[in-house]
Design a protein around this ligand. Structure first.
Ligand SMILES: [Ca+2]
Ligand SMILES: [Ca+2]
Ligand SMILES: [Ca+2]
Ligand SMILES: [Ca+2]
Length: 252
């Protein structure tokens, strides 16, 4: 979600405690919820994208903001009482753009993977167990890594990663060694300027498959899993002009 903001605003539903994130310039997501309070938290000046994940294990989502021009992420931890602590920044590679969270090493709760569009890397932050993070470990991607997602692609060794490389027109897959370190990337060609990557078991066999939206070739590419975290050559499907976003789910 592009939130283009200088301040992060969270809204809480009275009973559910569900939160959503909005731009200060205007609500970009319409939900049929009523909100009874708003809290604002200072971000870095060029905060751009945001995800949530429970990082400190209290059952409440914490907030991770990507600051691409600052080349860092800001982590806002829940305080256990419905509010958030002041952010803690962690340096990333250059141009932190996308992020995904999952328990990559199988201990100490949810970890964070960040795609760095200008250093052509991903940065892995392993959780110390309390929502603070060890220094990053970087892995090389293709050119201009924009979007990153995490899911177990090979059925062993925990959660793996896949990245859409906008300028090298391909997808990089990183298989987990089982301890939160990752094997070197394996690249698969996509269309022209893949910007966003998603997963779904599109063929009903062999586990999660991958799909990317290609902005400059006006199509999407689907990569079917061979069942072991390697992927068959892409199959393209035409989209409208200059598609920018993609999502997956059961449509009927
Ligand atoms: Ca939390
Ligand atoms: Ca972990
Ligand atoms: Ca795996
Ligand atoms: Ca599949």
């Amino acid at each position: 979600m592009n939130i283009s903001m200088k301040t992060l605003t969270t809204y809480f539903r009275k009973t559910l405690g569900l939160f959503v994130l909005f731009s200060l310039a205007g609500i970009q997501v319409a939900l049929a919820l009523t909100f009874n309070s708003a809290q604002q938290y200072a971000t870095n000046p060029n905060a751009k994208y945001v995800i949530n994940s429970d990082l400190n294990g209290d059952g409440t989502p914490d907030i991770i903001v990507m600051n691409d021009t600052d080349s860092n992420i800001s982590v806002f931890l829940s305080d256990g009482a419905g509010a958030y602590l002041a952010k803690v920044d962690y340096p990333t590679g250059v141009g932190a753009f996308g992020a995904s969270s999952g328990d990559f090493d199988g201990i100490n709760g949810a970890d964070i993977a960040v795609s760095n569009a200008l250093s052509n890397t991903i940065s892995i932050f392993l959780n110390n167990g309390d929502g603070t993070f060890a220094a990053k470990t970087d892995y090389a991607t293709g050119f201009k890594a924009l979007s990153i997602m995490s899911i177990d692609l090979d059925g062993v060794n925990g959660i793996d990663l896949a990245v859409a490389n906008d300028s090298s027109d391909n997808v990089s897959v990183f298989l987990n060694n089982g301890n939160g370190t990752f094997a070197a990337k394996v690249d698969y060609p996509a269309g022209n300027a893949p910007r966003i990557i998603v997963n779904g078991d599109f063929d009903g066999i062999n586990g999660p498959d991958l799909a990317v939206v290609n902005q400059l070739s006006d199509n999407i590419s689907v990569l079917l899993n061979n069942g072991n975290g390697t992927f068959a050559a892409k199959v393209d499907y035409a989209a409208g002009a200059s598609p920018l976003a993609i999502t997956s789910g059961e449509l009927y």
